[in-house]
Design a protein around this ligand. Structure first.
Ligand code: FES
Ligand code: FE2
Length: 406
């Protein structure tokens, strides 16, 4: 008997074949309903599986358990909540009525809606979905409005994921401890920009680079691109390229370009020396995870800067640049030049990203790329020491002199 039917609902058929057909039809309907339901439920299950939280982070090449600058302090005023992404973790940040900075994962532990859509009263963040409230600095749940007096749920045992957060040098710094890891008993202090007098000018700049943080960092410490990327009449031209000799020494978690008299082919340094009549010395440090500092001193005058390259996502990083000085140099003038400098780097990285899309094989050459090799060595050795618990081996054996032309 043919069973393929469609059209209006069928009357139950009393014959055996009819009963079989009816049974098959009902089973099919139940199966289809189950499928529809599991389709609806699957996304919820997927986001709550623990692997979903950790898997993307495992192979992204980020360094966890460090402070990273998330936003500028100026982005938060009153009870306004700000958002940021660090190491592919969405964050909601704010400042309590008492002035304490806080950072939580921008995701309600109940159903995952971003907490930044909720309300902040200066002490607690209220989720916009079911009104759960979380103490901003600890992430501890303090209220679930749907509970009745019969409910036994221990509200205080529920926490929104939160991170240590501090304000310094005009940034909200967030200590990004790896998912599922415990915070160390003592967290290192947040990085601080060195300053050498009571009065000084300070300014902040930032720019996004469409690349992995490693490319951003080795671009930052790369001496050989200067004459090609940063050509300008007041700084240098490609014809000013000449041989250089620089001494480097290992420092904890990084390396230092030993204090030296900076390149004589750079006009600003020449001017500074003329003005003070005293030698100009520059010290440049790089330390993990992402910090390059530079101090220029000549007599009582000084200039100090810090650039950090922070991973936002695996395909996006951001340079945060802060500089302070007591030279006669108006902030507005400095910003014009610094912006141009950053834009030149940014433009180059945008072009580079085009090439990197196709996963080319790359090279690091001696001596110009030796700092980049140290960076990768430091990173790998740190991860190895964290994995084994053994002390970290520094990739440099001692002071080294490098030679290149730039
Ligand atoms: S999703 Fe936040 S309270 Fe339900
Ligand atoms: Fe550059």
């Amino acid at each position: 008997m043919p069973v393929a039917r469609s059209g209006p609902p069928q009357q139950a058929d009393p014959t055996r074949a009819g009963r079989d057909f009816e049974l098959t039809r009902r089973i099919d309907a139940v199966r289809r309903r189950k499928e529809r339901m599991s389709e609806a439920v699957r996304p919820i299950l997927q986001v709550t599986l623990p692997e979903r939280e950790t898997a993307p982070e495992q192979d992204a090449g980020f360094l966890w358990d460090f402070w990273y600058p998330a936003i500028r302090s100026t982005e938060v005023a009153g009870n306004r909540l700000a958002t940021a992404m660090l190491l592919e973790v969405p964050l909601v940040l704010g400042r309590t009525a008492e002035g304490k900075a806080f950072a939580m994962r921008d995701s309600c532990p109940h159903r995952g809606i971003p907490l930044s859509y909720g309300r902040f009263d200066g002490k607690t963040v209220e989720c916009s979905y079911h009104g759960w409230r979380f103490e901003a600095c600890s992430g501890q749940c303090v209220e679930i409005p749907s509970l009745t007096s019969q409910d036994k749920l221990k509200v205080e045992r529920i926490f929104a994921v939160h991170y240590p957060c501090e304000e310094r040098d005009g940034y909200f710094w967030v200590y990004m401890n790896a998912v599922g890891s415990r915070l160390p008993e003592t967290i290192p202090t947040t990085p601080k920009l060195s300053t050498f007098s009571d009065k000084y000018k300070i300014t902040h700049l930032d720019c996004e680079l469409p690349s992995h943080v490693d490319q951003g960092i080795i671009g930052l410490m790369d001496p050989a691109h200067g004459p090609f990327v940063h050509q300008s009449w007041y700084w240098r031209s490609r014809h000013s390229i000449h041989g250089k000799e620089k001494k480097f020494e290992p420092i904890p978690n990084g390396f230092r370009m030993s204090p030296h008299t900076p390149s004589s082919n750079s006009a600003p340094y020449r001017m500074l020396q003329k003005y003070t009549g005293e030698p100009v010395t520059t010290t440049i440090d790089f330390v993990l995870p992402n910090i390059r500092t530079e101090e220029i001193r000549s007599g009582k005058l000084w200039f100090s800067s810090r650039a950090t390259v922070t991973p936002v996502r695996r395909d996006l990083c951001r340079i945060d640049f802060v500089a302070a000085w007591n030279l006669f140099l108006p902030v507005s003038i400095f910003r014009i030049f610094a912006k141009k400098f950053l834009r030149q780097d940014q433009g180059t990285m945008i072009l580079q990203a085009e090439g990197l899309k196709h996963n080319p094989r790359l090279m690091l050459i001696d001596d110009a790329d030796r700092p980049a090799k140290w960076y990768f060595g430091l990173k790998a050795n740190l991860q190895e020491s964290r994995r084994t618990g053994a002390p970290m081996v520094h990739p440099m054996n001692g002071p080294v002199t490098l030679h290149w032309r730039s």
